[in-house]
Design a protein around this ligand. Structure first.
Ligand SMILES: Cc1cc2nc3c(=O)[nH]c(=O)nc-3n(C[C@H](O)[C@H](O)[C@H](O)COP(=O)(O)OP(=O)(O)OC[C@H]3O[C@@H](n4cnc5c(N)ncnc54)[C@H](O)[C@@H]3O)c2cc1C
Length: 352
């Protein structure tokens, strides 16, 4: 790469931001074009009434995710283990009482990021020049001219680039963007079949003023085959002074209204933990099926299908167009670790 070459990163999720951050450490500036009104993509944390960090997207990681842990160390962010002490519950059938079980202490627990996962996104973006980040720029096309690429967003704005890195779910590259000249057939065929991790899932968060479950000897962990909640975990903050739960709802719940989902969630919790569960300070949920993550009309048969595929390791448009993003990475695709690894891989390529 030549000095003053223009780099455009499409997508302001963890992979796009990490790439811009790694490049900035080498004094290379890149422009990030992000379609939505916020950074973070599949990472999103909101605050409850009591200011509890409530994590709607990516939440957990473990010691095998060493690149994520190094990034947290580099940014001086803290991690803390997922609370799991006490009785956990497993509901098999609606007409049977839940089974109780204890999770053994482990040396490799699941960790969470202090302040919520969004804290990672905010910290990286603070390290970047705000001029570098352009929100509400949904990229619709990339055209190759003699020496450069022209990236066009849906508002008609055009950005010239020497190198463009696609940091978004590859499936969306296939369905929402056009390329001129067209990308080769092998990659056009694969793009629609690359599964986007967690697309379509429903995550919920609840905030309570007291950790009544802990006080009664429960871990807050629940697995259920019978209720609207399929998985749930304690969501107390790092400082252990703000309380709540987070977890996933059954896929079918997307057909209900939010009010009805909340009602069913509370009904299940009251049945398990008693009337203390009746009045949360806050309930939110998010169906991850918006245009920035899911293209529903595509042939997906299995989780992580075609993630890390060889066609995503190649460069296109005479070496000027590259794929990053978690689904592009052969290792840990779909996870935060994969997003960071993909950024590192592309950073190395750009610097080579
Ligand atoms: C509910 C849920 C729970 C999860 N739980 C975990 C977990 O516990 N642990 C874990 O490791 N991972 C988890 N993940 C996965 C994790 O969130 C992702 O691996 C990671 O955030 C992906 O980062 P990314 O930058 O590759 O992609 P994304 O986060 O998808 O970022 C892509 C960005 O591109 C933008 N974009 C899309 N189209 C365009 C366009 N045309 N032009 C410009 N920008 C565009 C999007 O708005 C988005 O900001 C979870 C995900 C979800 C949804």
């Amino acid at each position: 790469m030549k000095q003053n070459d223009k780099i455009v990163i499409i997508g302001g999720g963890l992979s796009g931001l990490t790439l811009a951050y790694l490049l900035s450490k080498k004094n290379i500036s890149a422009t990030i074009l992000e379609a939505s009104t916020r950074l973070g993509g599949r990472i999103e944390t909101i605050k409850g009434k009591n200011k509890t960090p409530l994590v709607l997207g990516a939440t957990w990681f473990s010691t095998i995710h060493s690149n994520l842990i190094s990034l947290l160390d580099d940014l001086e962010l803290k991690k803390f283990p997922q609370f799991s002490k006490g009785k956990s519950l497993f509901q098999t059938k609606s007409f049977e009482p839940p089974q109780e079980f204890y999770t053994p202490e482990t040396e490799t627990p699941s960790y969470r990021i202090a302040g919520g996962t969004q804290h990672l996104i905010d910290t990286i973006s603070e390290k970047l020049d705000s001029e570098q980040i352009k929100l509400k720029r949904k990229v619709i096309s990339v055209k190759e001219t003699d020496h450069q690429l022209i990236v066009e967003s849906s508002n008609g704005e055009k950005f010239m680039a020497d190198t463009v890195i696609l940091c978004l779910p590859p499936q969306l590259v296939g369905s929402h963007m056009t390329f001129s000249p067209e990308l080769p057939k092998p990659i056009l065929t694969i793009l629609p079949t690359i599964q986007t991790w967690m697309a379509g899932s429903i995550k919920f968060v609840l905030e309570y003023s007291e950790p009544f479950w802990r006080q009664n000897g429960y871990s807050g962990m629940l697995y259920s085959h019978s209720g609207i909640i399929s998985e749930m975990y304690d969501h107390t903050n790092f400082e252990a002074n703000k309380f709540g739960f987070t977890g996933f709802l059954n896929g079918g719940a997307s057909n209900y209204t939010k009010a009805y989902r909340k009602e069913l969630v509370l009904r299940q919790l009251i049945e398990l933990f008693g009337n203390n569960a009746t009045t949360p300070l806050a309930y939110y949920d998010k169906i991850w099926s918006d245009e920035f993550i899911l293209d529903d009309n595509q042939p997906i048969h299995q989780p992580h299908q075609n993630n890390g595929h060889q066609v995503l390791q190649e460069s296109y448009m005479n070496g000027k167009l590259l794929f990053s993003g978690t689904e592009s990475n052969p290792e840990f695709p779909g996870y935060m670790e994969g997003a960071i690894l993909s950024a590192k891989r592309i950073c190395k390529k750009i610097l080579a």
